[in-house]
Structure formats: structure tokens, C-alpha cells
Design a protein around this ligand. Sequence first.
Ligand code: SF4
Length: 365
Amino acid sequence: MLKLTVMVEPLHVLDLSLDEIVRFVEGLGERPFRGRQLFSALHNRRVRSFTEITDLPKAFRALLVERATLRTLALEARYFSTDGTRRYLFRTRDGHPVETVFIPEARRDTICFSSQAGCALACAFCLTAQLGLKRSLTAGEIVEQIICALNDVYGEAGDVPHGTNLVAMGAGEPLLALDSLLKALRIMAAPEGLHIVPRRVTVSTAGVVPRIRQLAEVKDRPHLAVSLSAPTDELRDRLMPINRRWPLAELLAACRDFQRSLRPGERLTFEYVMLSGVNDADEQARQLARLLNRHQLRAKVNLIPHNPAEPLPYRPSPDERIESFRRILEAKGIPTFVRRPRGRDIFAACGQLAARHLTEASLSS
Ligand code: SF4
């Protein structure tokens, strides 16, 4: 007789909120306080294995090893930049690339994480777009990226000296992975764990209009950044195909609605990737200023010099072009900053690492 063996993936405990962990350990016959101990060991002490949690009974640790896992991402490559930035390429259990970047800063470190493996949105200036969408990441896979980066830099259980900001600007469109993202943010906000509150998190979207409105309704939501990168529909249709679905007028109307949820002193952020000879002319800066001012947005603009990457046809705007663009926006009353990309020598732009690996793999096969 033919016997079928069904492989069941072990439960990923980083997918569970504190309440869910308590219920999980109760299901294993343990008392609720064991759940709180487990959550704190996973997220506050950032242990790498269940056997290290010596404040739990040995038999319970053995049961956890049998029933669950706390690591699902395999580290495939790690790169160190001369400016201190570290980049990680992980592989999910089902074989998809996930990239994460740790950026040391004077006041707070920043970790840029991925929300999806690949991306469906096909922005013309992005290498990740060439992977297509593999799938959205789970909440546990998002949390695990942060824990692995912190452990790599500060060691397991090592104090994080000056706090951490998070940005969802790695691979993928975070608002298309909204359920996982919001759950991951709730898990990471817990004071018993990482205690990274949503105010320390910025979510960058290419412009998924209904989800922008949905995010505005979230209590204790993260900051929102919108990637614009073009001041007209004609150009944005070409650079960011999502614009054909939700053109600028609809996108900025949603931003206007989102604005009602801004906290005192908070601004919306618009990201603008500077592509030489494509979107960086003075006239385009004036068009952008008119567009933002017409919609009366309490916003700032981040100008991001493009990171050149084969096989993309774009080149970064020269510094003097970026400065001229910045001055025009400032003169029109829009606070504008130039965000120097970090880790240029290790394929700096978010999305490049996974895509580069894939390209190299397909070239060498
Ligand atoms: S820029 Fe962002 S949204 Fe656009 S294809 Fe790349 S990962 Fe996706």
C-alpha cells in the first residue's frame, strides 16, 4: 500500500504576538508566565536557539525544539561597506531572496527591511522589479530580519546603545503586505521585546491608494513616505507603472486624506529618485512644487541620488543638478533634503542585492 508522508513546517515563533505565544505555551500544557518568558527571550534577549533559554524547564525547551522554530531565514551573504553599512542577503525556507540593510547613524541606527520577496510593481529604475513578485513575507520573517541584523552588529543579548529606526524600503511594496507588516510592527513594539514603537518606523509606498487610506485609520501607525519620482503623469506612467492604476491626482488626494491623521510636527515624506536627464530639470522641480502646493500637503521631499546598476539604463543626477532642484523646491516653501545613499560600494540601493545575486546566478548557470 502506498504511504504518503506530509511534511508539516514547524511553527515560526517570531510570527506570534505576546498573547499568541501565551496561548501557544498553554496549548503545550505550560502556565501563561512561561509564554511571557519565552517572548522576552526571543525578542528582548534575541536568543538564537530554544536551548539557550535556561530559565525555561529543560523538558519544555525540548518540546519547543520539537514543535517550533525561531529561525527561518538562512544567511546567504553579508557585505560590509567602508561607511559602516552592512547588507544581508537571506533565503527563505521556500528559497526566495530577502535583503536587509543595517545603517549605523550617530544618533540612532536604521534598519531597512524587506516586506516582500521580489516585487510586482515594475518601477523602471529598480532592480528588484526584475525579480517579479515571489510572495509577501510573513510577520515572523520581517521581525527575524531585524533581530538577525541587531545580533550581527551588537551580538546576541547585546545592548542596542542608541535605539533603532526602521524603514520598510527594502524589496517589495509594504502596503501590499499590509497584514504582515502591521502584525510585525505590533510584535516589535512590545515593551517586553524589541520595543521599537511605530513612531520609529517609516513605510515607503509606490502609491497603493486604497491602502494609504487604510493606513491612516490604523491606531498608532508608522510614518508614511510616498515614492513620487516624477512630477507629471506622462513621466510617472513610464517610471512607475502603478501610476496608470492610480495617477497623481488620485495619489495626492489620498495623501491629502492621510494628512488628517498626521500628529503635531509630523509631515508626509515624498521620495524622489534623481535620474540624470530624466526627471531632474529645473522645470520639473517647479512642476513638482506646483503639484505639492496645489494639494496643500504638509510635506517634505527627500531627493535620492539614483544608484547606478547594470542592466538599468539610468545614471545618477550630478550633485549640482540635485542642488539646483533642491533650491527650487525650498524657494517654493517645501522642506527638501538630499539623502545620500549609504553603502554604495556594496550595491547600495535597496533591492539591488537580491536582484544582483539572482542576475549573477542566472548568468553563471
Ligand atoms: S521601487 Fe519599490 S515598489 Fe518599485 S519595483 Fe522596486 S521594490 Fe517595487
